[in-house]
Design a protein. Structure first.
Lengths: 250, 323
């Protein structure tokens, strides 16, 4: 079975965001880029599925973006994926543009099972997997914390407010992965060495324009620090009074 | 009539959710500003509280009734709502950015060939053109975005837009249409409730614990305070990664981004990825022994002391207040 995993190259979550000179994107200077944390669960689940399905199963890593995304593709290859494709886009695309590029390549690869992270921690849309599935008419289960594949049948649990939905579906399918699904493996030294020899194919994205346009990026108005009203439980009555009379929240 | 905003509402177990009222209210207001019509649609078997929408300014409510779509099915609901949106010629779809909305909205956008804008915390229509503001990087930054395509799908963050009922009912036309849906390739077969507790994503008040609790055995302090306040229990990434708490409770950039009315952070120092996920709370209380902890830089009220001494007293005081 051909399995695809789609990964995104994002600023580390410890990043302090500074606005770039165009006022539409972040200032990348001094920012460390990493594989999107949720995509690590996706890579792990793809590798686990390959191992359990066996045969001549293959895992291909797809990423849309610039030359730098190769670092993140390489990371997935070091974890054990077989090959990578960089879908090179000169200009940033919105989620729909990215989904269209991925859908084309998934079709081209003939992958019938595709894993995504449930959201990328930069733009936080959490929709690229769903968009891609609909473009391909694949089934889709999003925000998955448990995944089982038996032949053609999928049983997955997805996280929603207050609990989990048990979802039944079938291949071909897209699964978006949530923390808790698995423990991503570390790349071994052998894996890292092997990844250097694996092929990352490069293809230009033939995408039309995006449907959305960022007009302006700005920082939220800073919350001003409040008062420290004490250092022990003698401050509690004052706190309760403030919550009740000033904030009016209890 | 063309040029219509369609509010797509969420029901669970036959009841419209709080977010559904927010969605209707925002749709009605936006429609007035943009000189459009607004209507609402809900898919499900029965919707017991459908009449309560009448107070939120909408003119027409359609219940697409199907027993096989009692529970959510991304394929089935996509089919039902996109078919209806085509019939009614809606240009805008509005949903709440709940698990339901986050799942359904993108499927609908593809079906409608629409641009999609998720998780808006502000929608302005001052220039006759809709511009949405949404948080990115878990709230570290904001972007103003416009949708260029003719069809638009938008979700709004729950708890941010308050639904204000009017005294006068708008006397909406409420209709039920039976639908036959065969696209059930993805369907929910069971719901596993998480211990009957409130979820941080939906809660008005959240009490969160961090590494300052020193061990999972001390989290009862957080739970008791949360119970007294009628709040949900949240957790920092450190304690979730340490296995003390389930990841469903994690607040922050790799957990849930929340906007409650009150957020009480106990024993949480305030790593940047945590602050990003909760700093849009209306009021923040921090209790932490380190007076230099970053959490105090965004807290409205702080007590810089020992949580083991302070929390039990706070719980008692709150209980006294409620009695």
């Amino acid at each position: 079975m051909k399995i695809a995993v789609c990964v995104s190259h994002v600023p580390d979550t410890a990043t302090r965001v500074k606005i770039g000179s165009d006022n539409k994107s972040i200032d990348p200077s001094g920012v460390t880029y990493v594989i999107n944390p949720y995509d690590e669960f996706a890579v792990e689940e793809a590798l686990k599925t390959k191992e359990s399905v066996g045969g001549d199963s293959q895992v291909v890593v797809l990423s849309v973006g610039s030359e730098q995304n190769k670092e993140t593709i390489r990371k997935a290859l070091a974890m054990g994926a077989d090959s990578g494709v960089l879908l090179k886009a000169d200009n940033p695309l919105d989620s729909m543009g990215i989904a269209k590029a991925l859908a084309d390549e998934i079709k081209n690869q003939g992958a019938e099972l595709v894993f995504f992270g449930k959201q990328s921690v930069d733009y936080d849309n959490s929709i690229t997997g769903q968009l891609t599935s609909e473009l391909l008419s694949y089934s889709c289960v999003a925000v998955v914390v448990s995944f089982k594949l038996a032949g053609n049948k999928i049983t997955a649990e997805r996280e929603i407010e207050g609990g989990k939905e048990v979802v039944e579906s079938e291949l071909p399918a897209i699964i978006t992965c949530q923390k808790g699904l698995n423990e991503p493996r570390y790349a071994s030294l052998k894996g890292i060495m092997a990844a250097k020899k694996k092929v990352i194919e490069e293809k230009p994205v033939a995408v039309s324009e995006s449907f959305t346009e960022i007009l302006k990026m700005h920082l939220p108005s800073p919350k001003k620090a409040g008062r420290i009203i004490g250092t022990d439980s003698s401050a509690v009555p004052e706190l309760v009074k403030l919550l009740r009379e000033e904030a009016k929240v209890i | 009539m063309a040029n219509k905003i369609l509010a797509v509402l969420e029901q669970r177990e036959g009841l419209l959710k709080k977010s559904a009222f927010e969605t209707v209210y925002v749709a009605a207001n936006l429609a007035a500003k943009l000189k459009l019509d607004a209507e609402a649609v809900v898919v499900g078997s029965s919707v017991e509280n459908i009449n309560e929408i009448a107070k939120y300014g909408i003119k027409k409510i359609v219940h697409l009734k199907s027993d096989t779509l009692k529970n959510y099915s991304s394929s089935g609901y996509t089919e039902a709502v996109s078919d209806y949106a085509k019939t009614t010629e809606a240009d805008y779809l509005l949903l709440s950015n709940t698990a339901f909305g986050k799942d359904l909205a993108p499927h609908l956008a593809v079906r409608m060939n629409a641009g999609i804008l998720m998780d808006c915390i502000n929608l302005s229509a001052d220039s006759g053109e809709l511009i949405g503001t949404r948080p990115i990087y878990a709230g570290k930054s904001l972007v103003d975005v416009k949708i260029k395509s003719a069809k638009k799908v938008i979700t709004i963050r729950p708890n941010v837009f308050k639904a204000v009922p009017s005294d006068n009912s708008s006397n909406p036309e409420i209709t039920t249409t039976e639908i036959v849906n065969t696209n059930l390739k993805t369907k929910v077969v069971e719901f596993k409730k998480a211990g009957g507790k409130l979820d941080v994503a939906e809660a008005d008040i959240i009490v969160s614990g961090g590494r300052g609790l020193k061990g999972p055995e001390n989290f009862h302090l957080i739970e008791e305070l949360a119970d007294a306040l009628g709040a949900a229990v949240g957790a920092s990434r450190a304690v979730v990664d340490a296995g003390w708490r389930p990841h469903g409770e994690q607040v922050g950039q790799t957990g849930k981004t929340v906007s409650p009315t009150l957020y009480v952070a106990c024993g949480i120092s305030g790593a940047i990825q945590h602050l990003a996920g909760m700093s849009s709370a209306k009021y923040i209380v921090a209790i932490n022994k380190d007076k230099d902890a970053p959490i105090f830089s965004i807290a409205d009220y702080g007590i810089a002391g020992d949580i083991f001494e302070i929390i039990p007293v706070l719980t008692q005081e709150i209980k006294k207040l409620k009695d």
